[in-house]
Each structure stands twice: as C-alpha cells, then as structure tokens.
Design a protein around this ligand. Structure first.
Ligand SMILES: Cc1cc2nc3c(=O)[nH]c(=O)nc-3n(C[C@H](O)[C@H](O)[C@H](O)COP(=O)(O)OP(=O)(O)OC[C@H]3O[C@@H](n4cnc5c(N)ncnc54)[C@H](O)[C@@H]3O)c2cc1C
Length: 393
C-alpha cells in the first residue's frame, strides 16, 4: 500500500500475544451480565474503564516519557479487538487512547507536559472529540462553530452533535473555524484545534444527551461565549483540519479493530451455538445452509483483519495517507455487520432475546458503518484519492 513507510520500531517489552492474553483475562471479569445491565440501565461502565485505566491500557499510545506505555497502534488494536471479542464494548473508553494523538503530534512541549501525564494516569479524562455539527454533517469544512481571537483568548460560539463521552471528560479536543470559509483559499484552511477544559467551562458549555439505540453517551454540545486561552490552541491557527485528520487515521484503524473483535464475537458465538443446538434430530451446524454463512463471514473478517494489520504497521512506520485506515474501517465494519446478521440467523428467535447478548452486540456493531466516518465517504475517498477518479464534491 505505501512504499514510503519506514519499518516500525519493534515492541520490546511486551509481545502482542501476551498483551491479548492479559486483556482477555481482564475482560473475563466483565462478562455478559455486566454489559447487559449497563446497556439496559444506560449507565456508563465505570468499573470496566477503571480496570483498563489501572492496567495502563488506555495509556498504551502515550510515550513513556509522559507516563504511558509507549506502544504502537498495532498493540492498541490488540487491546480494542480483544475487548470487543469478549463481548464488551471498547467504545466506552477508546477515545482516551487516541484523542490525545492530536496533542502529542502537534501540541507544544509545554502543553504535552501539562496534560499527557494526567491523561496517562487516568487522572485527566480526554474522551471527547468535538467535530460533527448538525448542518455540516460529513462535510467537516462546513462547520460553523467559530472561535474569535480576543487578546490572549478565543471566544467560541456554536453547536456540536454526537459528541461522545463529554460528560465523562475533563478535556475535549474542539475543532472550530477561526477564519470564515469565504476568506480562505482552500475550504480545509481556517480551521483550528483547541484543548477545552470542560470542568471550568460553566454555562458557556452546555451538554444535552442524545438517546440512541446503543449505550453510547453521545451528546449535543452548545458553546455560548466559551473562553479558551490562546495557549490552549494546538499548533498553528488555521491548520486544525490537517491536525485532526492525522488523528482520524489512527481512529479508523483502531475502530476497525473493534469491528473485527465484534465480528469474531459473532463467529465464536454462532459456531458454538450451531454446534450444540439440535433441531430435526441433528445439530443445526451440520446443515450447510447454517454453516456456510458462518464460514463465509469468518473469511471476510480475516480479510479485513489483514488490511487492518497492514494499515496499522504502515501507520506505526510513519505513513500519513488515509488509504489504509479508511479501507480497514470500511471492510471491518461491513464484515462485522455481515457476521452480526449471520449470528442472528443462527440463533433463530433467541438472537433477539437479550439473555444471549447477540441483539446488544448487533446494535453496537451497526455503529461503525456510519461512524467515525460514513462508509459512502470512504468509497468516495478511495475512488478519488486512490483511484484518481473525478471528485463529486
Ligand atoms: C453514536 C455516535 C457517536 C458519535 N461520536 C462522535 C464524536 O465523538 N465526535 C464527533 O465529532 N462525531 C461523532 N459522531 C458523528 C459521526 O461521525 C457522524 O454521524 C458521521 O460522520 C456522519 O455524519 P452525519 O450523521 O451528519 O451524516 P450525513 O453527513 O448527513 O450523511 C447522511 C448519509 O448520507 C451519506 N452521504 C452524505 N454525503 C454524501 C456524498 N457526497 N456521497 C454519498 N453519500 C453521502 C452518508 O454516507 C450517510 O449515509 C458520532 C455518531 C454517532 C451515531
């Protein structure tokens, strides 16, 4: 995919196999009943997130000099994949792992020293990432939230939607316009990224939860004269779009890993059930009409995992293009959704009964067809940026 990528540094202190085993052991303490209860009560899985934080996994991408584990995206993929394969939902906390990447790559040394050690220890939660707006949707360059410079601060006004885990966050990365769109040469210019200290914002930052079909803690955020110190701008003014996009590549690879974990959860459960359930005097898995779709879905997951592995290896080696991350996210989300439907079919009516967990995972797996980027937008990226076809927008 990318000839220019450097060879990634080897992981010296922990192998990916050891990491997978350790994460699996942690997840074993948070089984089906735990996640089902949280889903039904729509509560945040604090105990699980605390356990992951205490084990250091959410700090895996933070360099050791700032208190993290200093691992690569390849290792972070293992952690998220194992959580979802166990039946858990890494979306409860995945952003604590990678949202700090914008700060790490483009923040000043002073900002990194101020925030990263607290994020690594879990003392500071940076789980929120505010990009999406109601009118702009997938067209991020059309966001209208505006940060106006006044002396040593910016005053921010606007609205964001689907901002996940803002209520669990001390810090939020915010993308806002700092130059009106009709005054910039390129639509991607004139956008800036900021670190917002959520707890100090008072009434200038109001949050209203959005009910969704999954337990996801997503919110509308209203910014009404929010003052952000200029010292909290990340990097140069007007270059925020580029900074955010670099972080999105990591996010796409990591969320592809959650889809792969979801997919394997469905395959594990469906093949076990098909091997045990007897109807018409034989196990349903002996019928090719039942076993072939499971085998077919499994191969799609393996193929998506191979593309994800390649994208992660390239990312860790310094690749910055979106080709691999986008393809991994697209293929993995589709493979998981296919496996979700196969599991539903295999379980018959019991697929819909909450006690088996399939219906909860079915709902959760569907998210990644649309977030963090809608799959149509991935097709557009591959068609125009990779294959060089004419742009439609
Ligand atoms: C549970 C959840 C959590 C989220 N968390 C966050 C978060 O933490 N932070 C954040 O910033 N955002 C978050 N999002 C937002 C998410 O990234 C957006 O929903 C997503 O990018 C799509 O934007 P939209 O919903 O406005 O859809 P739209 O952009 O309105 O698109 C609607 C449909 O039209 C299609 N479409 C649009 N334009 C084109 C085109 N040119 N060609 C072909 N098809 C097109 C899309 O593929 C999609 O199917 C979250 C969303 C959800 C559901």
């Amino acid at each position: 995919m990318a000839g220019a990528a450097r060879e990634p540094a080897p992981v010296t202190n922990v192998s990916r196999e050891q990491l997978a085993t350790a994460v699996r052991a942690l997840c074993a303490d948070f089984g089906h009943d735990y996640w089902q209860r949280a889903d039904e009560a729509r509560t945040y899985p604090h105990e699980f997130v605390d356990a992951l934080t205490d084990a250091g996994y959410l700090a895996c991408l933070i360099p050791e000099e700032y208190g993290g584990m200093g691992l690569g995206v390849r290792e972070a993929c293992v952690i998220l994949e194992e959580i979802n394969r166990s039946g858990g939902n890494a979306a409860a906390c995945h952003a604590q792992m990678y949202t700090m990447g914008t700060l790490l790559r483009h923040g000043s040394e002073e900002q990194k020293r101020r925030y990263l050690p607290g994020i690594a220890s879990g003392e500071l939660c940076l789980q929120a990432f505010a990009v999406t707006e109601p009118d702009a949707g997938s067209d991020t360059t059309r966001i209208r939230t505006f940060a106006e410079r006044r002396g040593d601060r910016y005053v921010v006004n606007g609205q964001k939607v689907f901002i996940s885990r803002v209520r669990q966050s001390d810090l939020m990365i915010l993308l806002a316009r700092t130059t009106p769109i009709d005054e910039v040469e390129k639509r991607t210019g004139g956008l800036s990224a900021f670190i917002v200290e959520v707890r100090d914002a008072g009434d200038a930052l109001r949050v209203s939860p959005i009910d969704t079909m999954i337990n996801h803690e997503s919110c509308e955020v209203f910014l009404d004269g929010l003052e952000v110190p200029a010292a909290n701008r990340i990097g140069e003014e007007g270059r925020g779009f580029r900074y955010i996009m670099a972080g999105m590549n990591a996010e796409r690879i990591l969320l592809a890993s959650e889809s792969i974990g979801d997919g394997m959860y469905f395959i594990d459960r469906a093949s076990d059930y098909a091997s045990a359930r007897k109807v018409f005097g034989r196990r349903i898995g002996a019928n090719q009409g039942v076993q072939f779709p499971i085998a077919d879905a499994y191969m799609d997951i393996r193929a998506a995992a191979a593309v994800r592995d390649e994208a992660a290896r390239e990312y860790d080696g310094g690749e910055t293009r979106g080709e691999g991350p986008n393809m991994a996210k697209y293929l993995a989300s589709r493979a998981a959704w296919k496996a979700a439907n196969v599991a539903m079919d295999t379980f018959g009516g019991w697929g819909m009964a909450t006690e088996y967990g399939i219906e909860r995972k079915f709902r959760e797996a569907r998210l990644y067809m649309v977030a963090p980027v809608a799959n149509n937008l991935v097709l557009s990226h591959v068609a125009t940026h990779v294959l060089g076809m004419p742009r439609s927008f």
